[in-house]
Design a protein around this ligand. Structure first.
Ligand code: ADP
Length: 398
């Protein structure tokens, strides 16, 4: 097995991991430790078509990684193939515009970025520290969600607030899902080489959702901001709202600012509007059964996505391609059609049959011949991108 890479995505209450081999093309193992920080954690590992679930007593990041390492030690041939570890890092601030090999200086900068991502950064740092302890001989690489967006121009990343807040506190748009956008841009180039010189819009629609404009392979604007709350309406996040709303909600509901932001992060979006679920699949079933609020939530999700797509498109010379990705973008015929219908004024037209017949997990082209932009479904693969970055950086370092 060549170039096996352990990919770690260490979140606040869960830790996902995967081992990819053959230049990221072979998924050997994947798993998730959930309930970290609670008394009832468990670790699920999927390998060779088998799934095992183990209890995690003292469920924290350290014990999760210790258990994963113990599992690996039972497969010494697999463990000995590991060449490196790639960590998904949500926030790289303005320090990181590409993936890097982790050293003391990187850790120092990650600590400085922690203020901007207080939920994620401590978990990432813990994940790195424990992985360094458990796998002392393996090089470790940090891959940032924000890095791809460091090409966005100042006039697009600044907020219209006193500029000293940017200078003093680094308050600006950073954008997220960058690893996915970079992967999609490369995949699209493989299918359609000219795209690397063209204007591309990507809608990454999952539980978290954002859009990105890519001009000649570089991010020129994106919908998420200082935090992943901005932009599109999402599974449980409101996306962009009138900022004054925070004060109104806080006053009426007798909440602190922090609690109000929590409502916008965790109780809003598809869940808040439908009062059913944040899960698009369940909402589509409810809509088909005649539930009006489920349809309203899905239609709001779609029109917000369409508006944000056109907003970031103002940084492009032309809209040559629109790409749908993420769990919803790859799978929801309804949402894709609704978004494209909302874009009809721009001469963008989806082929209903191609949209319906697109085979799951494959790249599909779903525009009508007359459409001014090509429309694609491209499954994203952030783990593969992290594995490839890790391999490339390790090779360059040798
Ligand atoms: P994240 O990585 O942000 O947690 P995903 O990219 O996995 O999210 O996407 C999860 C979303 O994709 C859920 O809302 C889920 O309902 C939706 N989804 C997955 N499969 C389908 C499907 N067949 N039809 C509609 N929505 C789907």
């Amino acid at each position: 097995m060549d170039d096996a890479i352990l990919v770690i995505n260490s979140g606040s209450s869960s830790l996902k991991f995967a081992i990819l081999a053959q230049a990221g093309n072979q998924l050997v193992v994947e798993g998730i430790a959930e309930g970290l920080g609670s008394s009832a954690g468990h670790l699920t590992i999927k390998c060779d078509g088998r799934k095992t679930v183990q209890e995690l007593t003292q469920a924290d990041h350290k014990n999760a990684l210790v258990k994963i390492n113990s599992w690996l030690e039972e497969s010494p041939s697999l463990k000995s193939c590991l060449k490196g570890i790639g960590h998904r890092i949500v926030h790289g601030g303005e320090f990181f515009s590409a993936s890097v090999i982790i050293d003391d200086n990187v850790i120092k900068h990650l600590n400085e970025c922690a203020e901007l991502a207080p939920l994620h950064s401590p978990a990432h740092l813990k994940g790195i520290e424990i992985a360094q302890y458990l796998f002392p001989t393996l090089p470790q690489v940090a891959v940032f969600d924000t890095a791809f967006h460091q090409t966005i121009e100042k006039e697009h990343f600044l907020y219209g607030i006193p500029i000293s807040y940017y200078q003093d506190y680094h308050f600006r748009k950073y954008g997220f899902h960058g690893t996915s956008y970079r992967y999609i841009s490369q995949k699209l180039e493989e299918c359609f080489p000219l795209s690397i010189q063209q204007g591309v819009l990507v809608a990454h629609l999952g539980n978290g959702a954002s859009v990105c404009a890519i001009n000649s392979g570089k991010s020129s604007d994106t919908s998420m901001g200082l935090t992943p709350l901005d932009g599109l309406m999402m599974g449980t996040r409101s996306g962009s709202v009138d900022p004054s709303l925070i004060a109104f909600i806080a006053e009426k509901e007798k909440l602190t600012v922090e609690e109000t932001i929590d409502v916008l992060n965790k109780k809003s979006g598809l869940l808040g509007v439908s009062e059913i679920s944040n899960d698009c699949r369940l909402l589509e079933e409810a809509m088909q059964a005649g539930n009006v609020k489920a349809k309203l939530a899905l239609d709001m999700f779609s029109n917000r996505a369409a508006k944000q797509l056109m907003s970031v498109a103002t940084t492009l010379n032309s809209i040559d391609h629109i790409v749908f990705t993420g769990g919803i973008g790859e799978n929801s015929t309804y949402i894709r059609e609704k978004i494209c219908t909302n874009l009809k004024a721009f001469n963008i037209s989806i082929d209903t049959q191609k949209n319906l017949n697109a085979s799951r997990g494959d790249i599909s082209s779903i525009a009508q011949d007359s459409s001014s932009s090509k429309i694609w479904i491209i499954p994203t693969n952030e783990e593969k991108m992290i594995a490839l970055d890790t391999i490339n950086l390790i090779k360059n370092d040798e």
